[in-house]
Design a protein around this ligand. Structure first.
Ligand code: DLL
Length: 433
């Protein structure tokens, strides 16, 4: 029997024997802690306050005793107080979208940019891209990590990048038709907008050169994948990441499998913890994803609390990789809607809608309060208004998610569309209690 090397970008890291991977993680975590201790005074003070030193990390299990880092820490030391490299060594600054409060500024030195390009190259390779393909990059360029981050990784892999950035849908459609890219990257909500645009022009998926879509930066449901795949004629995979850790490219699904995103565990150490207590949870259980950037030199972060709810998927995979996969993001611990005591994530509502088939994937959630009671109105686009449809959706959501919602049926095209960036799905009009 002949064995083929796994078809992955860096088998020497993606397919390390598990014991070797654990040993590499331990030594990289130790190096990272020492770097913070020497170069980031607030983090050293925090460890000292907890009675800890870098050499207290002797096994991977010891990590659970170390403190979390949160977005609030980055804000408190705004803009560059947690940076571990000299100012003159920095090569790039990005900032996160700042949907809640002040923007978070993140910095990279040359080594970090190299790591960034490497993990994005792995991600795009997993997504199906191969050297020589053309890459339509509709993630926003600028302070957002999406555009420039995927751009550098695409060049590292050997793709020809079209740096379209977000927005200008008609021009995007023209460029896709004219330049014939095989790979597209954008948010899932924007992929739907592009698919809708082609449909309006009478362009069928068979007319398109696209083969792979790399979708992320916002939560999306499995049925959205089906709609994008059908609408654009692509295999769509989920790319995950966040600016604080690096940007896009913390993990990506494999196009041959589409079953959870491989976490590039030699760079980013993943843990799943209980949202309430912070206690580590075993593989397979849902909780908050906590990531340590082990190899970043300008901005290493210890046990960063992402706020994203997911789980690590144990078990066999079909690609020969040994790094673990993570499931799709079910929601954020902080965009969790608590409606009359029931926890609801917008993606759960989306899943019900899309399962009903004939409803378009455009929806918006409005939260209000009458007296003491919170109310959730689900605004939906439907071709023809129908009281029966509203009643059916309300009934299904009650049955499947356990909450009472009111449906508000709107004209097609009337709800907010993605302009290429993240689409805000929830408007919270509830006064503070
Ligand atoms: O959104 C980085 C990125 C760019 C990822 C392009 C993928 C593609 P931030 O602006 O810092 O960085 O936002 C990070 O977005 O904590 C999640 O809540 C959410 N997010 C990112 N990717 C996904 C995904 C970029 N695939 C925050 N599924 C994260 C669900 C995602 N949510």
């Amino acid at each position: 029997m002949t064995t083929h090397p796994p078809d992955v970008f860096q088998p020497e890291f993606e397919c390390l024997p598990p014991a070797d991977l654990r040993a590499l993680q331990l030594s990289r975590l130790q190096q990272m802690l020492s770097r913070q201790w020497e170069h980031v005074p607030p983090m050293r003070a925090r460890l000292e306050g907890a009675g800890l030193r870098p050499d207290d990390l002797r096994t991977l299990e010891d990590l659970a005793a170390f403190p979390f880092t949160r977005k609030a820490d980055l804000r408190e030391h705004y803009p560059l107080g947690l940076v571990a490299a000299p100012r003159a060594a920095l090569r790039r600054i990005h900032a996160s979208s700042g949907t809640s409060g002040k923007a978070t500024v993140v910095a990279y030195d040359q080594h970090d940019l190299d790591v960034f390009a490497e993990v994005v190259a792995r991600s795009l390779h997993a997504a199906g891209a191969r050297p020589g393909m053309t890459f339509h990059n509709a993630y926003g360029y600028g302070l957002f990590t999406g555009g420039l981050g995927t751009h550098a990784g695409a060049e590292r892999l050997g793709l020809c990048t079209v740096p379209v950035s977000g927005g200008g849908t008609e021009r995007q459609l023209d460029l896709i038709l004219d330049l014939q890219p095989e790979v597209i990257a954008c948010t899932p909500s924007y992929a739907l907008v592009l698919a809708e645009g082609f449909r309006r022009r009478g362009v069928t998926p068979q007319d398109l050169s696209l083969r792979y879509a790399v979708l992320g930066a916002e939560p999306w449901a499995e049925k959205t994948r089906a709609a994008v795949q059908e609408g654009l004629g692509v295999t769509a995979t989920n790319i995950y990441g966040l600016s604080e850790i690096i940007g896009p490219g913390v993990s990506n699904e494999d196009a041959r499998e589409q079953r959870g995103s491989y976490v590039w565990e030699d760079h980013f150490y993943p843990e799943i913890v209980d949202p309430g207590t912070g206690a580590p949870l075993p593989d397979g259980e849902w909780g908050v994803l906590v990531l340590t950037s082990m190899t970043r030199t300008a901005l290493p972060l210890l046990r960063y609390w992402t706020g994203d709810i997911t789980r690590l998927l144990p078990g066999e995979n079909a690609t020969g990789r040994t790094v673990r996969r993570m499931d799709g993001i079910r929601g954020r611990s902080d965009d969790l809607i608590i409606l009359r005591g029931v926890n609801v994530y917008p993606t759960q509502l989306e899943a019900v809608l899309l399962n009903l088939g004939h409803v378009s994937p455009h929806y918006h959630v409005v939260l209000t309060r009458t007296g003491a009671l919170d109310e959730l109105t689900l605004q939906l686009e439907v071709p023809v208004g129908s009281a029966a449809l509203s009643a059916e959706i309300e009934r299904q959501i009650k049955a499947q998610v356990g909450v009472t919602v009111r449906c508000d049926l709107c004209e097609p095209g009337s709800l907010p569309r993605s302009e290429g960036g993240k689409l805000r799905r929830v408007t919270d009009r509830r006064p503070p209690r």
